[in-house]
Write a new protein. Structure first.
Length: 255
């Protein structure tokens, strides 16, 4: 099985150490060229079927029948995150659910609208799988930008709301869109490559992407793992409303 072989060959201690020291780990050659090509063809087909603009989808149910539906289990992504969680959280987080998102920036200036929207994830660990990444000479490729582990992993809901508000507002977005400020704060730049898998502590890491040209599609699959607030009814309601919002936009684009 792919999953067994993959887990056997990965040095989880080394991966954990890399995440803690650098904020992120890159796993080379995670997908072979044929698989990358197959996934890219799927993305381009989806884009062609939705000329008004395509922004991806939220939840595995919306990927049913696609080559991305079971990629988490076929390539052992969920198993990798499950193995890393105790090393990262110290068994603080009991939730073991995986939340899958296909994020596509294309059409309607999505690559510009979504740029520099820095945030913390709601889940302890995040795996990022690039599918389609521009290679433009003008630099508008939607590079991944991050400031490693700026808060501790915790389960205080009110504290989480306050921390998110400090980062996820128009003033902070404006300030962090300035290159000299990001350099001063020591933001790291990661130029994503299809075929690699990137893992980081999404809950603790401020992250976002730089500008991406409206004419160049950018597609990534995100695997969010281990929800510190899995028992919080309000948080689950907000998450559900977000899924419905994305689904509605997707249906409007199709129509």
């Amino acid at each position: 099985m792919k999953e067994f072989t993959l887990r056997r060959n990965l040095d989880l201690k080394k991966i954990t150490k890399k995440i803690k020291s650098d904020g992120m780990v890159e796993i080379d050659n995670f997908l072979d060229e044929d698989t990358v090509k197959k996934l890219q063809n799927y993305i381009f087909e989806e884009i062609n079927n939705q000329p008004k603009g395509y922004m991806g989808c939220v939840g595995k149910k919306n990927l049913k029948g696609s080559p991305l539906e079971n990629i988490d289990s076929e390539y052992g992504i969920e198993s990798i995150l499950e193995s890393l969680l105790p090393q990262i959280s110290g068994n603080k987080i009991k939730d073991k659910k995986l939340y899958q998102v296909l994020r596509v920036l294309y059409g309607e200036n999505q690559g510009l609208k979504k740029a520099y929207k820095f945030h913390y994830d709601a889940y302890a660990l995040t795996a990022l799988l690039p599918i389609v990444i521009p290679e433009r000479k003008d630099g508008m490729n939607g590079d991944f930008l991050y400031l490693m582990q700026r808060r501790k992993l915790h389960q205080n809901f009110l504290r989480n709301v306050i921390e998110k508000f400090i980062i996820q507002n128009s003033i902070t977005k404006f300030l962090l869109s300035k290159n000299f400020i990001r350099k001063k704060l020591n933001f790291k730049v990661c130029r994503l490559k299809p075929g690699k898998l990137y893992i980081f502590c999404g809950f603790q890491t401020i992250h976002g992407n730089s500008s991406c040209s409206p004419n160049s599609p950018r597609a990534t699959v995100l695997f969010h793992y281990a929800d510190p607030f899995s028992d919080n009814i309000f948080f689950k309601l907000v998450e559900r409303l977000n899924i419905l919002r994305v689904d509605l936009k997707r249906k409007i684009a199709i129509d």
